[in-house]
Design a protein around this ligand. Structure first.
Ligand SMILES: [Zn+2]
Length: 154
């Protein structure tokens, strides 16, 4: 089980939109499935927030640039999360330091994952899906869209 960390929402919109532009941030969503008694059950989703990293010929795990980008992604994600203690749960997974090779923009990419939905309460799936839509719409408000970064006129 991955240790998980909850971070309270903070942030100013203009500054966060600047971070989105700077890192060409965009999002992807994957269903989160857990196995219970041999049955696979969808309990929510993982939302990945991606930030561009200059091409690294010898990627070192968790270099200072990776860490700086991830820190900015945390600020962006925190804006989109509900206040601490609200159910169903959504939280930011700890940074594992990985740098992903990517052809997008000719850059590599750093990811932050927001995990949405409680594996112990699969009956909360509808609420988890509603929360996913809320988080996505708050991210879109900052200029973070599904599938790729889009220049915006903020
Ligand atoms: Zn790096």
């Amino acid at each position: 089980m991955v240790p998980e960390e909850r971070i309270d929402a903070v942030g100013d919109v203009a500054g966060l939109r600047e971070l989105v532009r700077k890192h060409r941030a965009y999002l992807e969503v994957e269903p989160r499935v857990v196995e219970t008694d041999g049955r696979k059950v969808r309990v929510g989703a993982d939302l990945m927030l991606w930030g561009a990293h200059r091409r690294s010929t010898s990627p070192r795990p968790s270099c200072t640039l990776c860490q700086a980008i991830h820190q900015d992604l945390v600020a962006i994600a925190s804006f989109a999360l509900p206040p601490a203690g609200v159910r169903p749960a959504a939280w930011i997974l700890p940074f594992d330091g990985r740098l992903f090779a990517s052809d997008r923009w000719g850059r590599d990419e750093v990811d932050l994952t927001i995990r949405i939905g409680d594996a112990a309460d699969p009956s909360g799936l509808a609420q988890a899906d509603r929360l996913l839509r809320e988080i996505r719409s708050r991210l879109e408000f900052l200029g973070v869209f599904l599938g790729g970064w889009r220049p915006s006129d903020f």
